[in-house]
Design a binder for this molecule. Structure first.
Ligand code: MG
Ligand code: ZN
Length: 379
């Protein structure tokens, strides 16, 4: 008798589940099973090169304003895959450029102001440094100073973004092949009296600056690393006549493609001043920078279409200005309004083209962009 009871008890859970199953589900419905979400699918044929383009402060409303002020067309429309990322940082729903770029470069959320460091301020490896270690060529192009938070987060590790001289010194720690941006004074007029321009030359770099002539007039030696400073401090605005982002980005593509040979390259290109237009609550400033960035996107896409082995990703770190396009607006005649002179927390679009682009559809954390770039490369 006891044996029978124990056998019954032994089989009870299964019997109960069976009865419950029969009672609760119509016979045709397959059982509902909770499973973990699939990891991002591995692409079979990954890219050789990855170009990450960051429009600082470029939310949906900045893109929309650029579109309507540009005859209802942007190169962003050429991208087949669009996703959204969640831009908040580890300590604030409202991110800044340092935490945003660190999320892309390292796959970790950090605090606002942190550059290439984790939440505790510890240095963490970046996709650019990892690409260097893998034998790829690397580059950075920006319309801010080259030591500003966005480019800095790919090559430097400092607790606070305003440590510009420390960031400049860290350009000597990673053998980056190509960089173009402003902020020469952080390399040449330093409180520690080091001359980093001379140190870069001693390390084999071709180093040039704005007063030696336009970037495009430089004689390029593809065997040497290349550094070009567009200004002593902050570069000019598009409205003041700055026009180097597109030619510098085209040169970066051809230079890195040639220098890297069979290995491939990683390149980050930043349209930095969309953000500055937003902080100034100046729609014309913001839109002119947006269109300059989009023209650069067009040139990079032309390269990628021709090359066929390049993944191009375009996104932003965050939106700036809480910009809106208000009633009464018409094509080419927008009535814009700003709700803030700082950043906002709205979701940020991600555009992808080329091998591995399919990884970038969907809604995900900003840190996933780092993981997706690695998956695309099969790392
Ligand atoms: Mg920036
Ligand atoms: Zn900003």
């Amino acid at each position: 008798m006891w044996k029978k009871v124990s056998q019954l008890i032994k089989y009870l859970p299964g019997l109960f589940t069976l009865l419950l199953g029969v009672a609760c589900s119509p016979p045709s419905t397959p059982p509902q099973v909770m499973v973990a979400p699939d990891p991002p699918p591995r692409v079979t044929e990954g890219p050789k090169n990855i170009i990450l383009m960051i429009g600082d402060g470029m939310g949906i409303s900045q893109i929309s304003a650029g579109l309507y002020q540009n005859d209802n067309q942007l190169n962003l429309e050429r991208f087949p895959i669009v996703g959204l990322h969640k831009p908040y940082s580890s300590d604030n729903l409202i991110p800044d450029s340092a935490s945003g770029a660190t999320a892309f470069s390292t796959g970790r959320k950090t605090y606002n102001g942190g550059v290439g460091v984790d939440e505790d301020g510890n240095p963490i490896g970046t996709i650019l440094e990892e690409a260097e270690e893998e034998g790829l060529s690397t580059g950075l192009v920006t319309t801010s100073t080259i030591v500003h938070a966005t480019p800095a987060a790919f090559i430097a590790h400092v607790a606070q973004r305003n440590e510009f001289e420390a960031i400049a010194a860290q350009f000597l720690d990673t053998e980056i092949d190509f960089f173009v941006g402003g902020g020469r004074k952080y390399f040449s007029r330093r409180s520690d009296e080091r001359n980093l321009l001379a140190e870069l030359e001693a390390a084999g770099y071709f180093v040039a600056s704005f007063e030696k002539g336009e970037l495009t007039s430089m004689e390029i030696d593809y065997r040497r690393n290349f550094a070009y400073f567009t200004s002593e401090a902050d570069p000019e605005t598009v409205q003041q006549g700055r026009h180097y982002l597109k030619p510098a980005s085209k040169l970066a593509c051809t230079f890195l493609n040639r220098k890297s040979g069979e290995e491939g390259f990683f390149l980050m290109i930043e349209g930095a001043q969309i953000d500055w237009g937003g902080h100034n609550q100046d729609m014309d400033y913001m839109v002119s920078e947006m269109i300059d960035f989009d023209e650069t996107i067009g040139a990079v896409l032309d390269f990628a279409e021709e090359d066929d082995q390049t993944l191009v990703i375009v996104t932003a770190d965050h939106e700036t200005g809480g910009f809106a396009i208000n009633p009464g607006s018409a094509q080419g005649e927008l009535i814009g309004a700003f709700t803030s002179d700082y950043h906002t927390a709205v979701l940020i679009p991600v555009f992808a083209y080329g091998p591995g682009a399919e990884l970038f559809g969907g809604v995900y954390e900003n840190t996933a962009i780092y993981q997706k770039m690695r998956s695309a490369w099969g790392w």
